[in-house]
Structure formats: C-alpha cells, structure tokens
Design a protein around this ligand. Structure first.
Ligand code: ZN
Length: 135
C-alpha cells in the first residue's frame, strides 16, 4: 500500500472548547477550522502541525462512533489517518489482503477529504483512516 504521509491524528475529547484552548496554547498555533460532520455525529477542530493535522473530535450524539468511544475508553487518540493516492483502489487492495473494512467505499469526511476506515480488529487495535483530498 503506497502511503504519502500521516494526514492527521484524530483525538476524542469531551469538551471541544477546552481542548481547542489546550492545543492552541500547547502548539502555539490557532485552530484553523471547526466543522460539524453530521454523518459521523461529531464536531471537529483542526490544527496544522507541519504537514500533519491534529483533528479534535467531540461527540454530538452519545450513540455516535465518537460518543461510544468516549463512554467506553474515555478521551484519547481515536484514529490515525494516512493520506493515500487512490483511496478506492487502496480499499480494494486492503480487502483483498484480508483486512476488514468499516467503509467499503470512500465517503465525505471533514476538511475536504474522502475517507474510509479500516476495522481495528484487523489492524492490531488501531483505528486506521485512509483519506485523499476530494477532487
Ligand atoms: Zn479523521
């Protein structure tokens, strides 16, 4: 699988405003975008660190994926996103190599990306997101 770089790291947080303040102070850089992704029941906030983003994820619904993650595991790293050159093809390759897919085809994620998740049961416990810019 040809991977270009780590596009972002997703971090689940209980309180988005507090987390934004924390990362603004820690990184010395402003949050450049706040975006709600209704489909995923999350409100996201982005920081740029080099060419990699920090994606803060606050739940808007306790039954959504991040809501369930927070109640099960608490705050912390939620997923790692790798930028790939052809996400649809990468998904076919991943499935062919026996990886369980959460998303069998790409869908629209936050910050102008097409995204798809691989199941952590197939990846050593890490929720992996593949992504590429929407064309
Ligand atoms: Zn993500």
């Amino acid at each position: 699988m040809k991977t270009a770089y780590i596009e972002h790291i997703g971090i689940a947080v209980e309180n988005l405003d507090k987390a934004i303040e924390f990362y603004t102070n820690l990184l010395g850089t402003e949050c450049y975008k706040i975006e709600e992704v209704e489909d995923q029941k999350v409100k996201t906030a982005f920081f740029m660190v080099g060419q990699t983003k920090i994606e803060l994820l606050a739940s808007t619904d306790p039954e959504g994926p991040v809501g369930r993650f927070l109640s099960r595991k608490g705050e912390g790293i939620h997923h790692i996103a790798f930028a790939v050159d052809d996400i649809a093809e990468r998904l076919v390759d991943a499935a062919a190599s026996g990886i369980n897919l959460i998303d069998t085809r790409p869908r629209k994620g936050a910050d102008g990306l097409n995204i798809a998740f691989l199941h952590p049961g197939s990846t050593g416990g890490v929720l992996i997101e593949l992504c590429e810019p929407q064309k």
